[in-house]
Design a protein around this ligand. Structure first.
Ligand code: UD1
Length: 418
């Protein structure tokens, strides 16, 4: 198994190009199952979660051609509507094929998902919405078995869920009549999904708002191209890397509008940056001031940036309070950061983060974003940090080690002795 050796007290400099968003690419790949022909996605991030999704599509009978960061998927001959446990267990977002397969084939079976261990993560909202649209849902031997012709429905989510909103949008595509989603998630990744479907000829109203109206279609267009949006979480992670090391680094090929909640906190913390149309350059981060966050749905502070932001708060001049509202078990990085000398205490979903001097040691990555928080801490710690179980990182960060090395981080990938 691979692990990382990171030399601390780093000073970074240069430019980092951000890849396409994994969390936008995954629903778009699921949406490709709705197209009875070819479609192309550009700016595809080459990370292991994407490879898992492509393997799932292939297993269902779709074919694909990958050229650099562009993939053309052909779903003309999808013959299998059973998404197997062996693939689905690797990644929770596999559940998104449920909406597409049910919409197109009127019946399917999808294994209950696995994914990051950051809480219970049920799929009750997904299933309730599909039932409301007329699907018959059964849970049999660890699989969701769904069948039925989908019909017009008003779906009112009592909790905002990115995945449930996406699955409902996908299911609505071939439904008879109009599907309305109230209290829909408004993440940029959902806007990207709507853009893809609009290119395919689906009529959608309210894109980017909490009320979506999707008009069921009989046929979709083929042979179109959709660009995947830049990864706002990858961008945010590098912004924190630049800030935590008080470095001058440009994070480019991004949409800064998607980073509003994080940049707003940077303002409060006295971090100096230059804002461009498609880049942010961190200029300096001397005397970082403490800041409090409460994670929430977009456009609030993203839970996927909580761990990295916590690492940054360790460098602040006073106590910061971090309130995690979305996932009950998303503080697994805390004990690892504390092993490096961090002074973080937990009280249920609230973390108190006090100014700390970090010291390199051996730490264990526990989930995707927790892993990147450990890397940020390692960059600024005194001495050497060894980060184990880095396969989590490869699920969501393209060329992380190269990108960090290119801006001056001393980071080596080593092989664990048996
Ligand atoms: C997506 C992102 C993930 C991010 C999360 C929140 C992808 C592939 N993943 O995950 O990186 O951390 O949004 O921004 O895009 N919930 C229920 N019942 C459900 C579904 C969700 O109770 O049926 C709860 C969850 O447990 C959680 C909250 O709703 O507490 C939000 O989860 P959700 O928005 O669904 O997250 P994901 O779509 O799984």
């Amino acid at each position: 198994m691979k692990y990382l050796k990171i030399t601390g007290e780093a000073k970074l400099e240069g430019k980092v190009e951000i890849s396409g968003a994994k969390n936008a690419a995954l629903p778009l790949l699921a949406a490709a199952l709705l197209i009875k022909g070819k479609c192309t996605l550009t700016n595809l991030p080459l990370v292991s979660d994407i490879k898992t999704m492509l393997r799932l599509l292939e297993n269902l009978g779709a074919t694909y051609e990958l050229k650099g960061h562009s993939v053309t998927i052909d779903s003309s001959n999808v013959f299998n509507t059973k998404a197997l446990y062996d693939i689905v267990r690797k990644m929770r977002a596999s559940i998104l094929v449920l909406g597409s397969l049910l919409s197109r084939f009127k019946s399917c079976e999808v294994s209950l998902p696995g994914g990051c261990a950051i809480g219970q993560r049920p799929i009750d909202l997904h299933l309730k919405a599909l039932e409301k649209m007329g699907a018959k849902i059964e849970l049999v031997d660890g699989y969701v078995r769904a069948s039925g012709e989908l019909i017009e429905a008003n779906i009112h989510f009592d909790k905002i869920s990115v995945g449930a909103t996406e699955n409902t949008i996908l299911a609505a595509v071939y439904a008879k009549g109009i599907t309305t989603i109230i209290n829909a998630a408004q993440e940029p990744e959902i806007v990207n999904l709507c853009e893809f479907l609009i290119k395919a000829g689906v009529k959608i109203e309210g894109v980017g708002t909490s009320k979506l109206t999707i008009y069921g279609a009989k046929e979709l267009k083929t042979d179109f191209t959709c660009e995947i949006i830049p990864d706002r979480i990858e961008a945010g992670t590098y912004l924190c890397a630049a800030a935590i090391t008080n470095s001058n680094v440009e994070i480019c090929k991004i949409n800064p509008e998607h980073l509003g909640a994080l940049l707003n906190k940077f303002d409060e913390m006295g971090i100096v940056y230059e804002l461009g149309k498609d880049y942010v350059r961190i200029k300096s981060a001397n005397n970082i001031k403490a800041a409090n966050i409460k994670t929430s749905e977009y456009p609030g502070f993203p839970t996927d940036m909580q761990a990295q932001f916590m690492a940054l708060c360790l460098m602040a001049d006073a106590e910061s309070i971090i309130d995690e509202r979305l996932f009950e078990n998303r503080f697994m990085h805390v004990s690892e950061l504390n092993r490096m000398g961090a002074n973080i205490t937990l009280n249920n979903h609230i973390a108190s983060v006090k100014p700390s001097k970090l010291q390199g040691t051996h730490v264990m990555a526990t989930d995707l974003r927790a892993s990147s928080a450990l890397i940020l801490a390692a960059l600024v710690a005194k001495g050497t940090t060894y980060v184990h179980r880095i396969y989590h990182l490869e699920r969501g960060y393209e060329n992380l080690y190269e990108k960090l090395s290119n801006i001056g981080a001393k980071i080596e990938v080593l092989e664990e002795a048996e």
